[in-house]
Ligand binder design. Structure first.
Ligand code: F6P
Length: 329
């Protein structure tokens, strides 16, 4: 028989993502709606190990829907990767009579959750996809991606003004160690002259060819979007190598947008996505679900077993990449 849930806890772990607060708000409000006691765990799995867990009231989540970051703070916990760390975490949950957890984060967060419920199956856990990278299998979009994308596109629009004025080539590095989503979408929305992503083994010569095509039609400036994890390496090295092969720009510059992409007020899309998934994560636990990551597919809430969510690769749409290369010409 399914154990009834009375006390549940929420945590955010890994890299923060805009919209995490909107998810926490929806979880707390729906927990209250179902007469559940809800707890907030500080700094992800670190707080679970340290017993840094406090009761949340519905007023604790007032006025946070528009705020970036996470009111619960976050961490990348090394200790949770050890069995001693997880044992301590379990003991804290038992001490506080907490039966279930909603874990918001990326691949590392779901991996931790999967191992934990394999060792301690009496705790129910469901996960929410919170990462700007949009690289989790089982969901069309992750919480935070849309905001990060809009931040990157706004930056590219501004760089375009100065690149145009000075006849310069700019390489703009965006986040994504393993995923090209931010880079590809930024390139398309920002009208970039080229894009380098981890999913494509692109060559420097192909990029140079593309830039030469632009120069032939008197394009005197350009912007190339580079994902952190691209195959050609460090963005400064790429810029240097390209500089040796092209002579039609006045100068070549590099801009790394970096952690600017992680902050800021979440977009309306991210607030809604986070609210929908947060709301449904409480219902999922009440229905007895565990070991599942919630996601959105074709505008419907979708559930993917942790094992699949962390091992199956969600790659960018290669046809969109083909399109981006053609539109860049
Ligand atoms: O996983 C999200 C992410 O923002 C990646 O895109 C980026 O490579 C990484 O986190 C940076 O992590 P940190 O803030 O720990 O340096």
């Amino acid at each position: 028989m399914k154990k009834e849930i009375k006390r549940l806890a929420v945590l955010t772990s890994g890299g923060d993502a805009p919209g995490m607060n909107a998810a926490i708000r929806a979880i707390v409000r729906n927990a209250f709606n179902n007469d559940l006691h809800i707890y907030g765990i500080q700094r992800g799995y670190e707080g679970l190990i340290n017993g840094d867990i406090r009761r949340l009231e519905t007023s604790d989540v007032s006025n946070i829907i528009h705020r970036g970051g996470t009111i619960l703070k976050t961490a990348r916990s090394q200790r949770f990767m050890t069995s001693e760390g997880r044992k301590k975490a379990y003991e804290n949950l038992v001490d506080m009579d907490i039966d279930a957890i909603i874990a918001i984060g990326g691949n590392g967060t779901l991996t931790g959750a999967k191992i934990f419920i394999e060792e301690y199956p009496d705790v129910r856990i469901v996960g929410l996809p919170g990462t700007i990278d949009n690289d989790l299998f089982g969901t069309d979009f992750t919480i935070g991606f849309d905001t990060a994308l809009n931040t990157a596109v706004q930056a590219v629009d501004k760089i375009r003004d100065t690149a145009d004025s000075h006849n310069r080539l700019f390489f703009v590095e965006v986040m994504g160690r393993h995923s090209g989503y931010i880079a590809l979408y930024t390139a398309i929305a920002g009208g970039a002259g080229g894009v380098l992503i981890p999913e494509e083994d692109a060559s420097l010569d192909d990029l140079v060819k593309l830039l030469k095509k632009g120069a032939k039609r008197s394009k005197l400036f350009s912007i190339v979007i580079v994902a952190e994890g691209n195959h050609l390496g460090n963005v400064y090295d790429i810029a240097k190598k390209v500089e040796e092969k092209v002579d039609f720009y006045d100068d070549i510059k590099v801009t790394v947008i970096g952690h600017l992409q992680r902050g800021g007020s979440p977009s309306a899309f991210d607030r809604i996505l986070a609210s929908v998934l947060g709301f449904h994560s409480v219902e999922a636990l009440l229905e007895g679900k565990t070991g599942l990551a919630l996601g959105i597919k074709n505008n419907n809430v979708h559930y993917t077993p942790f094992g699949e969510a962390i091992t199956k690769q969600k790659v960018v749409n290669m046809d969109m990449l083909r399109m981006a290369h053609i539109l860049a010409q």
